[in-house]
Structure formats: structure tokens, C-alpha cells
Design a protein around this ligand. Sequence first.
Ligand code: MG
Length: 161
Amino acid sequence: MSGGRVGTGFDAHRLVPGRKLMLGGVEVAHPRGLEGHSDGDCAIHALCDALLGAAGEGDMGRHFPSADPRWKDASGASFLERAARLVDARGFSVENVDVTVIAEEPVLAPYIDKMRAVLGRCLALETERVSVKAKSTDGMGATGRGEGIAAIATVLLTKRE
Ligand code: MG
């Protein structure tokens, strides 16, 4: 493979009562959800930034500004589908994506395969090329105290001939 383009993304949102917890495009059972202008899905937002970064297309703030009412309550899946279309329109194919969610709780293991399936569907990518992992910080820091959830993502794109 030649001409690979790597991208990384990061995002974090605050956990607040009265919101659904959406992560990786999947609703996760939890008493609190992620605050945000959109649905707050930091895993997908990190992934979108990684895709846009690899394609040299800036970040989510440029393409989906939170000041724009169009993106109010927008689902992570809708952002990811748009980012994937943009990457495709620039002549890139996604080789693989790898997302790490950083959360003290809830335990995300039961949701990982569903997240991989949803992300793969948005990206038109086979599940084997979609990785989602969950880590805690052993109680340290803001995520460790449960103030919020963070995520990092890495993607590899290749330019089509
Ligand atoms: Mg975000």
C-alpha cells in the first residue's frame, strides 16, 4: 500500500442527568448522558475528526459548527455518514478505524460489537476493519471521577488511483 494518510481525533463531553447516553452510535443504559448541542456522542465526534484530519479537511467545527441550528440534536451517525461522504468525495478510501472510549462507567463491553456494526455501516466498512475499545483511568482525573467521557480515534485512509 502506498500513499496512506493517517488521522487522529479527540473529543470529550460532560455527563449530565436527563440525557440519553449515546456512544459509538449506540444508546447505552446509564443514569446520565453526554451534554452537547448534538447528541454528544464523543466517540463518533473523535472518529469524524480523525477522518477529516486524515483527508486534510480540518475538523468537525469547520464542517458542522455548533452555532448552526441544523446540527442541533444531530446524531453521531449522521455526522459520521457526512464525514465519510466527504472523505470519499476527496478520493480516499478508509482502510481501518480504531476508537478508544475513556470512561470510568458504565461498563461498555456489552455494547462494543454493536458500536462496531453501527460505525461500519456508516462508513460502508466491514466490521473487521472497525475497532472500538473501552478504557478507564483507574479513577484518576475528570473521566475517572465520572464528570464526563472522552474518546480518541485513529484512522488510515488511502488515495484511490
Ligand atoms: Mg463533540
